[in-house]
Write a protein of this length. Structure first.
Lengths: 179, 109
């Protein structure tokens, strides 16, 4: 049952990812990406990563997707007929085929690597607390990986400042145009 | 679930290849950012598949927590990348009224 659900969700994730690449309207791309994230979070749950599944829903579907939807609606790109003309033309381009070949080559190299890694059978039952118990995760994050944790919190702070500076209206430019 | 962990890795590889193709193919900056998110998700899935492989093999002594820890770091980096990228899109739209990468070739010309 769980195995069948995994394969169904894997197919759903791949189809939704294809929808992101192939949809013409940015709004359809966002909704496909949301479907892909939900399918992946169910896969995390099936594989035993309960906390990561919750974080995937909360951070990706809850925060990042809202950010994308906000920008698309702010710039009014989701309106019918607002498709980018260069994007509509992209599949007739000669380099579209080239990119498919590049992706296939990438996939081939990764498949070779996975084959070389050998079989990865499941020998043990999944422990009831899952594979990412919160106490163990906290021990890792605030113990061995404290320095990356602190670095990433400084990065978050710098990002918050940078985004405000980037998205702020330039006051000097406005003074020139307004009487 | 008794699916072997290499099937998770294959799924991650397929998602990464789709994201990479979209990254090269699309010209809308927002869709390009979404393809980057797709690739980061594939990287996350392969971290978790490797962690699962180590935790569920025969001689394992317990969960292997490096994978989930770095998956959390990747999620934070993805959020940061989306925030900065979308702020750049807003700044670009304000100055040029375009979101197409073909319209922003000042450094190439």
């Amino acid at each position: 049952m769980a195995d069948a659900l995994f394969y169904v969700m894997a197919v759903a994730a791949v189809l939704a990812a294809l929808g992101v690449v192939l949809a013409k309207n940015p709004m359809q791309c966002v909704l496909s990406l949301l479907g892909s994230f939900f399918a992946l979070s169910i896969i995390y749950l099936l594989a035993g990563f309960q906390f990561l599944a919750a974080a995937q829903i909360l951070v990706y579907a809850g925060a990042i997707m809202v950010l994308f939807l906000f920008v698309i609606m702010l710039l009014n790109l989701g309106a019918p007929g607002a498709e980018d003309p260069t994007d509509v033309r992209m599949f007739s381009r000669a380099n579209a085929g080239l990119m498919v070949i590049v992706a296939a080559a990438l996939l081939f190299v990764m498949a070779l690597g996975i084959r070389r890694a050998g079989p990865m059978p499941v020998d043990r039952a999944l422990p009831p607390e899952g594979l990412d118990p919160i106490p163990g995760l906290a021990n890792e994050m605030f113990g061995r990986y404290l320095l990356p944790f602190e670095a990433i919190s400084v990065l978050l702070l710098a990002t918050a400042v940078a985004v405000v500076v980037l998205a702020k209206r330039d006051r000097r430019a406005n003074e020139g145009s307004q009487p | 679930m008794t699916v072997p962990s290499e099937h998770l890795l294959v799924l991650a590889a397929i998602l990464f290849a789709i994201g990479a193709a979209g990254f090269f193919l699309r010209r809308n900056v927002i869709v390009v950012l979404m393809c980057v998110e797709l690739m980061l998700n594939a990287a996350n899935l392969s971290f978790l598949a490797a962690s699962r492989m180590h935790a569920l093999r025969a001689g394992s002594t317990g969960p292997s927590l490096e994978g989930p820890t770095f998956a959390i770091f990747v999620i934070v980096v993805a959020a940061i990348e989306a925030a900065v990228g979308l702020a750049l899109v807003i700044a670009l739209y304000r100055n040029r009224q375009v979101v197409s990468l073909d319209a922003v070739t000042d450094l190439k010309d």
